[in-house]
Write a protein that binds this ligand. Structure first.
Ligand code: DGY
Length: 324
């Protein structure tokens, strides 16, 4: 008896140990094959994993492209457990007629919390303070020790005013910040005033990025944009690394042309070299892409991805297909 005798559809999970127990949720409806290793699959391994599957559940870093579709002729749905879908080749999706879904509308509050954590860490120099304490550097309650810049009363510029940007704006109100934004469809609904990107960069004390990575946003914040910012300003990126020119950001911080920055996302992820030049930049706090990483939010993200798989396998439209 071969493994393909089952009449159930086959679903591949591109990661093992996903939160929310998707294996249990899928098992009544499908034969589930789980990626066997702690490390993520490379593109060739993802193709092998999905080769004879009807559905694949994917995560950050997986390439959903023509090569995957060619390798997996039975594939009907690729369900991302992430909100962002910058790893998806949308033209290839249209050509292949495979459904690709993502998980919008779940992680905005959790990610906005993390953006605020980075704003506070960067402006109050908390990363440096924690490092110093660990190294025995708390020698004196110096009155001029670890002086940062205030968050309350500061002007926050939100670039990208979708669900996450608006959730950040609501928190900023509680911190007594002035808020303005660039982009998005909403006019701010009394939370925030819409301004041009130039004005936002020139006048904000904190600039927080909440845009998807697209051809239009790649490298949006480069040397010229950083030069518009105040030398006392903070840049926070919880969106996608490719939106910011990392080398230009490091230069601006080293030269003291920018006060501080907080990055939850980087151009190449993961970054595991302790000697990574980015990790040594003064006044730069880096986190390992944990914006949505709470137990409840990550479980809800996987749950929606599973429901997208089951809908498509049952012959119905995906609940949350990627736009376009
Ligand atoms: C996403 O979902 O796109 C985030 O980057 C990870 O939660």
């Amino acid at each position: 008896v071969g493994v393909h005798m089952s009449i159930l559809p086959r679903v591949a999970l591109s990661r093992r140990g996903l939160p929310g127990d998707p294996v249990a949720a899928l098992t009544p409806h499908a034969d589930v094959v789980e990626w066997a290793h702690e490390r993520p699959p490379n593109p060739a391994e993802l193709r092998d994993l999905a080769a004879d599957c009807d559905a694949v559940l994917c995560w950050l870093g997986d390439r959903i492209d023509a090569d995957l579709f060619a390798a997996a002729p039975r594939l009907r749905v690729a369900a991302l457990a992430s909100a962002g879908y910058d790893g998806v080749d949308l033209a290839a999706v249209r050509a292949a007629g495979v459904v690709v879904s993502h998980v919008p509308g779940i992680l905005q509050e959790t990610t906005a919390d993390l953006a605020f954590a980075l704003i506070l860490m960067a402006r109050r120099r908390l990363g440096a303070a924690v490092d110093a304490m660990r190294a025995g550097g708390w020698t004196d309650n110096r009155m001029d020790g670890f002086l940062g810049l205030d968050v309350h009363g500061a002007t926050l510029g939100i670039v990208g005013f979708g669900q996450i940007g608006q959730a950040v704006a609501r928190r900023a109100r509680g911190f007594g910040m002035r808020v303005h934004h660039h982009g998005g469809r909403s006019d701010g609904e009394g939370l925030s005033q819409r301004v041009t990107l130039d004005e936002l960069l020139r006048t904000s004390d904190v600039v927080s990025l909440h845009l998807p990575l697209t051809d239009a946003t790649r490298g949006l914040i480069g040397a010229a944009e950083l030069a518009l910012m105040k030398p006392t300003a903070t840049l926070v990126n919880t969106a996608r690394g490719g939106i910011v020119d990392e080398a230009a950001l490091a230069d601006a911080l080293r030269a003291g042309r920018l006060h501080s920055a907080g990055l939850d996302v980087m151009t190449d992820e993961p970054r595991r070299d302790p000697a990574d030049p980015l990790f040594g930049v003064p006044n730069l706090v880096v986190l390992p892409h944990v914006g949505s990483a709470t137990e409840a939010t990550r479980a809800a993200m996987v749950d929606l991805a599973v429901r997208n798989v089951l809908e498509v396998l049952a012959g119905r439209p995906a609940l949350t297909p990627v736009p376009g």
